[in-house]
Design a protein around this ligand. Structure first.
Ligand code: TXE
Length: 499
C-alpha cells in the first residue's frame, strides 16, 4: 500500500487518545478532553484527556515502582540497548503515521515531519550504543591500602515537560538518553501537541520496554506541569519551553531539590562577514528563520551583517524568503507551514506591529497570508534595527528576522552577546581566523560555522546564560541523568583508630 498517498487527507473525525500509565492506556472518561484543531486547516484533529494531579500521582507511583524494582535500572545495559534498537526500527516502520499526526497538530510541513521522525530513530540508535558505553572511573593511585572507583547510577524518576514546536523531536532528544541511563519517565507533552508523545508509548511497549518505564500524562501546564515540577517523588525534571515558565520550575524544584534540566528561549545571532560565500549564507540565513516558521529555540533571528554588504545581502535573503513555499502543511512541496497556536500567531503579529512602530524598515513580509483557512504569516525581514528595539531583544518565536549591521569584528561579537540568552549562534566567513575567534567569543551552547541548525544525536544541546541549564543528547545527555558515586575500597585492614 502507498502509505504516503493514503495519509495526506484530513481525518474525517478527530482521533481520541487515552493517556498511558504502567503499560496501560487509560481513556479520558469523566475527565473530559482537550480538542485540538489543526492550525493549518482549522478542523478538529485530536482529542486528549484532561488529566489531573491524581493521574500524575498514579504515573509517578508507577515510574517509581518500575525504577526501584530494577526491571529497567538494574538490567545489563546490553538489554536496554536491545530495546532502544528495536524502538528505532519500529519508528522507521511507523514514520509516516507519526509524521502525519505531528503535522496535523503542529502545522509543520509533512516533509519536515518525516525527516524529523527519521532523525529520532537515529537518536534511539545512538543512545543504544551510549547505554553500553556509559562507564565510571577508577583510581589506582591512592596507595597500597586504597582503591577508588567512581560509578554512575541512574538518577531515578524523570519528569519530562515538552513544548509544541518540536513535539516529537524534542521528546526523542531526551527519552532514549534517559532510558539509556536506566531511569524511568513520566512525560507531559504540550496540551496542543500530545499525539506523538502517546504514539511513542506504543512504540516503546512494542519494543519490549517494561511497563511503568515510560508513562504519559496529558494536561495543562498550570495543573499537571506545575504539579510535576513540585512533585516530591520525582528526582529530576527536564523542561523545554519559555524562560518565564523555566523560572517557575526553578522555584518549584526547591521543594525536594530535584535536579533540573532547562532548555529555554533564544535570540540567536547569524553573523555574516563580507568575505562569506554570500549566496550560500543568504540561503542559510533564510533557512535559519524560515524553518519551522521560526518557531525554534535555535532560530537565527538576528542577522548581524558587515555594513559594506548589508543592503545587498538583505535583498538576497528577502529574495530567498519570497521564494520559499508557504502553505498547506500536508502538501509535500510546502517548506513553511502554519503558526502552531492562535496565541503564538497573535504574539508574532504583535511583534511585527511593534517593529514598524519602533521605526524598523520593513523589507519583506509583515502580514498574514490568507489561504482560506488556518493561520499563516509571511516570512518577514526588518532592516535598520537597533539594539534597543523589542524585535532585537525579545524571543519572537516566529518568521521575523531583524537586520543589524556592523563595522568591525569586535562590534559583531558585542552585538551577538548583547542578549540575556545564549542558546545558539552562526558565523558565515571564509576566513578561518574570524570564524574561530567569533566561535570562541560568542556565548552560546551551540555554534555553527558556515551552516545553521545542523545537529544530530552525537552533539549535545543546551544553552548559556538565561537559555538554560544542562545538556541533552550525546554522551553528555546520558550523563545528565546519572548520579556520580565515589566508592572507597580498603585493601587489607584499616589503620586502627583506637590502638
Ligand atoms: O510555552 P510554555 P508556551 C517560548 C516562545 C513562546 C513562548 C510561549 O517564545 O512564544 O515560549 O509558549 C508547560 N509548570 N517557547 O506558552 O508555557 C506547557 O504545558 C510546568 C520557547 O507554549 O513554556 C508545555 O508543556 N510546566 C521554547 C511547556 O511547559 C508548565 C518552546 C512549554 O510551555 C507550566 C516553546 C508550569 N507552570 C515556547 N506552564 C523553546 N525554547 O524551544 C506551562 N507548562
Amino acid at each position: 500500500m502507498d502509505q504516503r498517498a493514503a495519509t495526506l487527507a484530513l481525518p474525517e473525525t478527530p482521533r481520541s487518545f487515552g493517556f498511558f500509565v504502567d503499560g496501560q492506556t487509560i481513556e479520558a472518561g469523566p475527565r473530559g478532553h482537550f480538542e485540538r484543531r489543526s492550525p493549518g486547516h482549522d478542523v478538529p484533529v485530536t482529542r486528549m484527556p484532561k488529566c489531573t494531579k491524581a493521574d500524575l500521582d498514579m504515573a509517578v507511583a508507577a515510574a517509581r515502582r518500575a525504577f526501584e524494582d530494577g526491571r529497567w535500572s538494574r538490567i545489563p545495559a546490553v538489554e536496554r540497548a536491545d530495546v532502544l534498537l528495536r524502538a528505532a526500527q519500529i519508528l522507521r516502520r511507523r514514520t509516516e503515521e507519526i509524521a502525519y499526526w505531528e503535522t496535523l497538530e503542529n502545522g509543520k510541513p509533512i516533509s519536515q515531519a518525516r525527516a524529523e521522525v527519521g532523525g529520532c530513530a537515529g537518536m534511539f540508535e545512538y543512545a543504544a550504543g551510549a547505554a553500553r558505553a556509559l562507564h565510571g572511573d577508577a583510581f589506582n593511585n591512592l596507595g597500597e591500602g586504597m582503591f577508588g572507583v567512581v560509578t554512575r547510577e541512574p538518577i531515578g524518576v524523570v519528569g519530562l515537560i515538552t513544548p509544541w514546536n518540536f513535539p516529537f523531536l524534542i521528546l526523542c532528544e531526551r527519552v532514549p538518553y534517559i532510558l539509556a541511563a536506566g531511569c524511568t519517565i513520566v512525560a507531559k507533552p504540550s496540551e496542543v501537541t500530545s499525539a506523538t508523545t502517546l504514539l511513542l508509548a506504543e512504540v516503546l511497549a512494542e519494543a519490549g520496554l517494561p511497563a511503568g518505564c515510560y508513562n504519559v500524562v496529558t494536561g495543562s501546564g498550570s495543573t499537571v506541569g506545575q504539579a510535576m515540577t513540585e512533585h516530591a517523588d520525582i528526582d529530576m525534571v527536564s523542561f523545554t519551553g519559555s524562560t518565564a515558565v523555566g523560572r517557575r520550575c526553578v522555584a518549584a524544584a526547591a521543594g525536594n531539590f530535584k535536579k533540573l534540566g532547562l532548555e529555554l528561549g533564544g535570540k540567536n545571532p547569524q553573523i555574516v562577514f563580507a568575505d562569506a560565500d554570500l549566496e550560500d549564507a543568504a540561503d542559510g540565513v533564510a533557512f535559519g528563520i524560515g524553518f519551522n516558521t521560526g518557531q525554534c529555540c535555535v532560530s537565527g533571528s538576528r542577522l548581524i551583517v558587515e555594513r559594506s554588504v548589508a543592503r545587498d545581502f538583505e535583498a538576497m535573503v528577502a529574495a530567498k524568503l519570497a521564494k520559499a513555499k508557504v502553505g498547506d502543511p500536508l502538501d509535500p512541496e510546502t517548506q513553511i507551514g502554519a503558526i502552531t497556536t492562535t496565541a503564538q500567531n497573535d504574539t508574532i503579529l504583535g511583534y511585527i506591529a511593534n517593529g514598524k512602530q519602533e521605526g524598523a524598515r520593513l523589507v519583506c513580509g509583515g502580514d498574514r497570508l490568507d489561504f482560506g483557512r488556518g493561520q499563516y504569516i509571511a516570512p518577514t525581514l526588518f532592516g535598520d534595527v537597533t539594539g534597543t528595539m523589542a524585535i532585537a531583544r525579545e524571543e519572537i518565536f516566529g518568521p521575523v528576522l531583524a537586520v543589524m549591521p556592523f563595522d568591525t569584528m569586535e562590534e559583531a561579537i558585542a552585538i551577538a552577546n548583547d542578549t540575556v540568552y545564549g542558546l545558539a549562534a552562526s558565523v558565515w566567513t571564509k576566513n578561518i581566523d574570524k570564524a574561530l575567534t567569533v566561535s570562541r567569543r560568542v556565548r552560546a551552547g551551540r555554534f555553527w560555522v558556515n551552516t545553521t541548525l545542523a545537529g544530530g544525536p552525537e552533539l549535545p544541546i543546551g544553552g548559556f546564560k538565561q537559555s538554560g541549564w544542562g545538556r541533552e543528547a550525546g554522551i553528555y545527555g546520558v550523563e545528565e541523568y546519572t548520579q556520580v558515586k565515589s566508592v572507597h575500597i580498603e585493601i587489607g585492614r584499616r589503620q586502627p583508630w583506637v590502638g
